[in-house]
Design a binder for this molecule. Structure first.
Ligand SMILES: [Zn+2]
Length: 87
């Protein structure tokens, strides 16, 4: 089950978030910074600027992450993307 960086579309296993002691803070950061929220000690305040791997899924994830603070709700990005694309 993957969540996706809103900036580059990189998939992250949702359990990666749960491995942090400061889960709630990291989740909030992830909705803002994407990948960078999961790096190092979480003190990085720069949004992810990795090359975009999947723009569509990144955009769908941004919608979900603005919509809900709960990472479990961010898992539906590919479903949302399919809906948006009319597929
Ligand atoms: Zn990223």
């Amino acid at each position: 089950m993957d969540i996706h960086c809103r900036h580059c579309g990189e998939p992250w296993e949702i359990y990666t978030l749960h491995e942090f002691n400061d889960y709630n803070r990291r989740a909030k950061l992830f909705a803002k910074l994407g990948c960078n929220a999961l790096m190092d000690d979480g003190e990085n305040t720069t949004p992810c600027n990795m090359p975009v791997v999947d723009l569509g899924i990144a955009q769908a994830s941004a919608v979900l992450q603005d919509d809900s603070p709960h990472p479990d709700d961010w898992l539906g990005a590919s479903d949302l993307l399919m809906m948006l694309e009319g597929g």
